[in-house]
Design a protein around this ligand. Structure first.
Ligand code: SF4
Ligand code: FE
Length: 484
């Protein structure tokens, strides 16, 4: 099998025995839990579309490792066209789900690891890339979801891993023998972790010699008995437990994050891709970050399309869609959203081949993409809230609209323009609330700020990558300063 179906994916999750905690209890059946199910549905779209006649060409690709037809989420990019197709695929999935579909961190990790393990092997005579590609062949053949697992808790942000008062605040190797390594620590903000088949651990920052034990990259089955998951709650999350399907806003899809705790997990050598090579940790982080920063130029744009559509609809339901200022605000939303897409495409078309053969996005433009993503979704959300009006946050619950006495009165008094039913207005207001304040804002707003690195991380990269001396020379030449 190289292309799994959505049903087979759900079955494969049900067969895993993960230890998942939520609201103070260990839960039995995470795949079918109403809090988690919307996020399973979102990942399912990455499988459904790979079998869809209209989208198969975008979602599938020939493996560079085996020649088999595989899901693009498990692919090593073999040209700038692959990088462009990735961004297009992510926009499409954002449009279809209106949320984070969780599978891109693994894809971006594969490409980063392929590049950096190749460099390590070339410089150090190791065989990490051979191992990694064997592992990736397995991922491709089984069409697995892999959680690229990077962000450590970090403790005191001013101190490197080895100087923390608790040495476990970054994932580290605590033991090593002929068979493999044992790791301990935790990773936070892990997107889609509970929906994953595999966990792919990587370092979260550049490291020095004293931090050698923290330079670890390895793959672990997601239901390893040493791993614990604690589900991260989201704004308004218990609306998913209320029944009904209006107040959640997005009736079928959602994202999730979790804290992942590694309680002394053994990893055999064939699944270890970095073990103490601290000089390469920073490059792995930067390479991964560049890919993921470009990914946001796809997924966030797709979700932005949904929010723009919702804003247009609510303007119609309010009866103001033809007002000139409304039209102009919609144009502003489009401008902001398409600028993000332009950045995602630009860093992809300007990508280049690396020594492993895998193509890497243009680092400067990928960081520009992400820096814009830290701002524009907030501006788009602000316009959506402006046009939605206050009812978005004062509207009674779905159950009140169904109440025999007040329900008909609410439908009468909260109606908008004819011929649109009150319920349509309710649904769209709840969707805008979801994306700008509620469950969906986790992915659309706060993750836009901090995912793939907070804004300062992009600014630091830009200050390093920009050739300011070259620009000085340009200005000096134009101004006639000859001895510059
Ligand atoms: Fe993919 Fe976007 Fe979710 Fe990251 S935030 S995993 S790029 S959908
Ligand atoms: Fe992310």
């Amino acid at each position: 099998m190289t292309l799994m179906t959505a049903d087979a994916y759900i079955d494969s999750l049900r067969q895993m025995k993960k230890r998942v905690f939520m609201f103070g209890d260990e839960i039995e059946d995470p795949t079918d839990h109403p809090m988690i199910q919307p996020s399973v549905n979102a990942v399912c779209m990455t499988y459904e579309l790979s079998h869809h006649t209209d989208h198969e060409a975008l979602l599938t690709v020939e493996s560079s490792l085996t020649g088999e037809k595989i899901n693009r989420f498990t692919h090593l990019h073999q040209g700038t066209d692959d990088l462009v197709q990735k961004v297009k695929m992510l926009r499409l999935l954002g449009q279809c789900t209106g949320c984070c579909f969780q599978r891109c961190v693994g894809m971006d990790s594969f490409n980063a690891l392929d590049i950096v393990t190749t460099k390590m092997d070339q410089a150090l005579g190791t065989e990490y890339n051979v191992r990694f590609r064997e592992y990736l062949k397995h991922v491709q053949a089984e069409d697995l979801v892999v959680d690229g697992c990077m962000t450590d808790p970090k403790g005191n942000r001013g101190l490197p891993p080895a100087e923390q008062s608790d040495p476990d605040l970054f994932v580290r190797i605590i033991d090593e023998n002929n068979e493999g390594i044992t790791i301990r620590g935790a990773k936070v903000h892990q997107t889609g972790a509970i929906n994953s088949h595999e966990i792919l651990v990587m370092p979260t920052r550049s490291l020095k010699e004293a931090d050698e034990d923290y330079a670890v990259a390895c793959a672990i089955p997601a239901d390893d008995e040493g791993i614990l998951y604690v589900y991260g709650r989201q704004a308004s999350d218990t609306r998913k437990l209320e029944g009904g399907n209006i107040d959640v806003g997005n009736i079928r899809f959602g994202g999730h994050e979790a804290v992942v705790i590694f309680n002394d997990v053994f990893v055999p050598w064939e699944h270890v891709f970095m073990s103490g090579e601290y000089p390469y940790a920073g490059e792995l982080v930067e390479t991964f970050a560049a890919y993921h920063r470009s990914s946001y130029g796809g997924c966030k744009v797709g979700v932005g399309d949904v929010l723009i559509g919702a804003t247009k609809l609510i303007a119609k339901y309010h009866g103001v869609e033809n007002a000139s200022h409304i039209k102009d605000k919609l144009v502003e939303m489009i401008h902001l959203n398409e600028t993000l897409y332009a950045c995602g495409l630009a860093c992809s078309t300007e990508g280049a081949r690396t020594s492993s053969g895998t193509y890497l996005v243009d680092m400067t433009l990928a960081n520009i993409c992400k820096l814009n993503v830290t701002r524009f979704p907030y501006q788009i959300a602000s316009i959506a809230q402006d046009i939605a009006g206050g009812l978005m946050v004062t509207m009674p619950s779905e159950k009140d609209f169904s109440h025999p006495e007040v329900g008909p009165l609410l439908k009468k008094y909260l109606v908008g323009a004819e011929p649109y039913p009150t319920e349509w207005r309710q649904r769209i207001l709840r969707l805008i609330e979801n994306l700008t304040l509620g469950l969906g804002a986790v992915g659309y707003l706060t993750e836009s700020m901090h995912g793939a690195g907070s804004p300062m991380a992009q600014r630091i990269m830009l200050s390093r990558l920009a050739d300011l001396e070259h620009k000085e020379k340009l200005a000096a030449a134009i101004a006639g300063i000859n001895d510059h």
